[in-house]
Write a protein that binds this ligand. Structure first.
Ligand SMILES: Cc1cc2nc3c(=O)[nH]c(=O)nc-3n(C[C@H](O)[C@H](O)[C@H](O)COP(=O)(O)OP(=O)(O)OC[C@H]3O[C@@H](n4cnc5c(N)ncnc54)[C@H](O)[C@@H]3O)c2cc1C
Length: 418
């Protein structure tokens, strides 16, 4: 079966590998000059910086085997100190002053009145009801900033955070978290030469089945299969962001296209800065719970990983903008870098001028799953029934983390070629 995989991000690459494994004949059509989508790495001037993700939170066994990169896996080295910017202060997590400010006493009463979550609701409302305004608000701000650069008032409690949703569905978060069977913790990881190496190796291992600079603008059902830019295929995996999926389908599936357009993403601009090693602390990084800094999250990659900055230098990565403050992601480079430096001065007392600056812009960086996302996706998929073989994959639908999109791509391939 000839399958066009439209979109060569990790979802599309994963789909293509699984299709190949199942005996199909996939071709990946990728608009950009390189495969990987949000996953890419740049090495210059002794700095290694990521276009998007820095760490993955779950194993990716199938893709590590396909890319032969198992030996390149690296895990972050301590100290893994995390700071939270709260009430204008920088507090160590989980330190005592943070716990005191967070209203932990009220949060511990949660098991007394928790009822199983029946209907999905915004994360912020849900956690404030369960843990109290202070602790719940803080937990929601940290979770939504850390994973989605998101807004706790707009993200789904159940569908944006499936493990939280599973606990909440049973009743008390605290009791069920303790009862949960404890498997081995996998921990976060990355690759020695950056996560871009994964995308490059996956594309290479597809042996000429990836067409780069091949933006698809024309897709239509044809003779029991599909016409993709005039070329005949038996099936299609649509592994593009929701807005691109809507553009490609509105001619033959207008209701689906309308549903896809309702799915929102937040813009993010990543600012990488090269500074003197002694100018910044060592640790994991900081999350802005207040929403007053330009960066929702700031990472210290060279503190945790070898080879991220030249000797005596530090790489600082600031994730700016997001759903609460999209306007910050749109600031011109110079203004944004100055604003991030001013924030670093106010929080960590950084006074240096960066010797290295790299800015990466994503207009639609991370999908923002609203309450009811899972049901909306189920309905959207139904709207494609009756068409020739067409499957959706990627961050718009089945989870935004790289491991999620890899699974989503493989699952799309399995539905296409059972
Ligand atoms: C700044 C940032 C930080 C992140 N941090 C993390 C993290 O730490 N850990 C984690 O697990 N995840 C993280 N993520 C999320 C994760 O990287 C993405 O959700 C995931 O990589 C998306 O993969 P995808 O294949 O679904 O989509 P994409 O990577 O968006 O790939 C879609 C591809 O489709 C192509 N395309 C679009 N339209 C067309 C068309 N018409 N024709 C052909 N090709 C087309 C695009 O060029 C793109 O290559 C982060 C994301 C960002 C932006």
């Amino acid at each position: 079966m000839r399958v066009a995989v439209i979109g060569g991000g990790i979802a599309g690459l994963s789909a293509a590998h699984e299709l190949l494994r199942r005996g199909a004949d996939p071709v990946v059509l990728e608009a950009c000059a390189r495969a990987g989508g949000k996953v890419g790495t740049r090495i210059e001037g002794g700095y290694l910086s990521e276009d998007g993700p820095n760490f993955l939170a779950r194993p990716l066994d199938a893709l590590l085997d396909a890319s032969e990169l198992r030996d390149d896996v690296v895990t972050p080295q301590p100290p893994m100190t995390r700071w939270i910017h709260l009430d204008g202060r920088v507090l160590r997590a989980p330190g005592l002053s943070l716990l005191a400010r967070a209203g932990v006493g009220r949060a511990l009463l949660e098991p007394l009145f928790a009822k199983p979550l029946r209907d999905d609701m915004p994360l912020g409302d849900f956690l404030e009801r369960r843990l109290g305004r202070r602790a719940g608000g803080l937990a929601a701000a940290v979770m939504s900033a850390g994973v989605y650069a998101g807004d706790p008032a707009a993200l789904s409690a159940r569908d944006a955070f499936p493990s939280l949703g599973a606990l909440a569905g049973k009743g008390s978060l605290i009791v069920n978290a303790f009862r949960r069977p404890k498997g081995p913790r996998s921990g976060i990881w990355t690759l020695r030469r950056g996560l871009g190496a994964l995308a490059d190796a996956l594309a290479l291992a597809l042996h000429g089945r990836v067409r780069l600079g091949a933006a698809v603008g024309r897709l239509s059902p044809a003779q029991g299969g599909w016409s993709v830019q005039g070329e005949r295929f038996d099936g299609v995996v649509l592994a593009v962001p929701a807005a691109a999926a809507a553009d490609l389908t509105h001619g033959f599936a207008p209701k689906f296209a309308h549903a896809a357009r309702q799915l929102r993403s937040a813009p993010v601009t990543v600012v990488h800065l090269g500074l003197r090693q002694g100018a910044v602390p060592r640790g994991f990084g900081m999350i802005d719970a207040d929403g007053t800094l330009h960066a929702v999250g700031t990472l210290l990659p060279s503190s945790m990983l070898p080879g991220r900055a030249p000797d005596g230098r530090a790489l600082v990565t600031a994730i700016c903008g997001g759903a609460r403050h999209p306007e910050r992601a749109a600031l011109p480079d110079g203004e944004l870098v100055s604003a991030v430096m001013a924030d670093l001065r106010a929080t960590w007392g950084v006074r240096d001028t960066p010797e290295y600056v790299r800015v990466v812009r994503w207009d639609a960086a991370i999908p923002q799953y609203a309450p009811g996302h899972r049901d909306r996706v189920r309905e959207a998929r139904k709207l494609l029934a009756g068409l020739p073989r067409l499957e959706l994959a990627g961050a718009a639908w089945d989870g935004v983390g790289v491991p999620d999109v890899a699974l989503s791509g493989a699952a799309a391939a399995a539905r296409l070629v059972p």
